[in-house]
Ligand binder design. Sequence first.
Ligand code: NAD
Length: 269
Amino acid sequence: MQTSFQIAFIGAGNMARAIIGGLLAQGLPAQQIIACEPDLERLRDLEAQGIQIRSDNASAVRQADLVILAVKPQIMRDVCTPLRAAAAEKHPVFLSVAAGIRIQALADWLGADLALVRSMPNTPALVGKGACGLFANAQVTEQQKQEISQVMQATGLTLWVDKEDELDAVTAVSGSGPAYFFLMMEAMIAAGERLGLSPDTAKALTLQTAAGAAEMALQSEWDPAELRRRVTSPKGTTEQAILCFQQGGFSPLVDQALQACHQRAVELA
Ligand code: NAD
């Protein structure tokens, strides 16, 4: 990976370590990463990988070109406010991975003239298969956006949205999306068991089918609707299951679920 950015992580929990792991795997030199974190055990682990560690968030900001804010949303304000002076001196780009924290709030806490990016990652980032939406304010340059794309691609797919409100839709589709697929897997495993399979067999078949269907959809020239039609022979077994889903209102239910998620994301931000 080619970036000259010094990248500071404020908070080195699950999400930060997923990004750091991806960056190291892609060959970013560990010395370009700075981690700030109150948990000493986490810091020692990172130090052992050659990462620069700091106990003072502001000193990390003074050294960084990109600051990734990876603390829980409820403490973001208390973490950001003391960084205002360091931010005004160094002017790094700040990128928040926190759910529901608006750019305007970051600007109020850190400084109105700063380059700020808000992201909505998802949990498969932890295994390098994340999907992340990004929104930048007007102060972020095209060059900075390219560097940030490279950094966030360390955890999977990254896409920029033009309007901040779109991140609420990103939340409904990919941010919360992994849980929808887990729910589907849960239901299929239980149904497989009721049909006489052992729990291990039902689980193994379900997970491999989910992974295989996703991989096929990613690789295929056809969209998911066409792929579904192609595996649904008239009067065949799959058709019976699909008819059952349709009669039960599957698509309107999914629509309703995503609307509810979107509404909650709007309320929380
Ligand atoms: P986490 O609890 O694993 O990590 C947060 C880290 O911040 C902890 O290691 C904690 O010790 C550290 N911290 C606490 N106070 C601090 C301070 N004052 N200065 C510096 N560090 C401090 O949480 P996480 O799951 O990594 O989530 C971090 C952010 O990522 C959250 O805002 C969350 O909304 C967002 N996010 C996470 C996921 C996910 O899959 N885990 C998905 C989407 C968004």
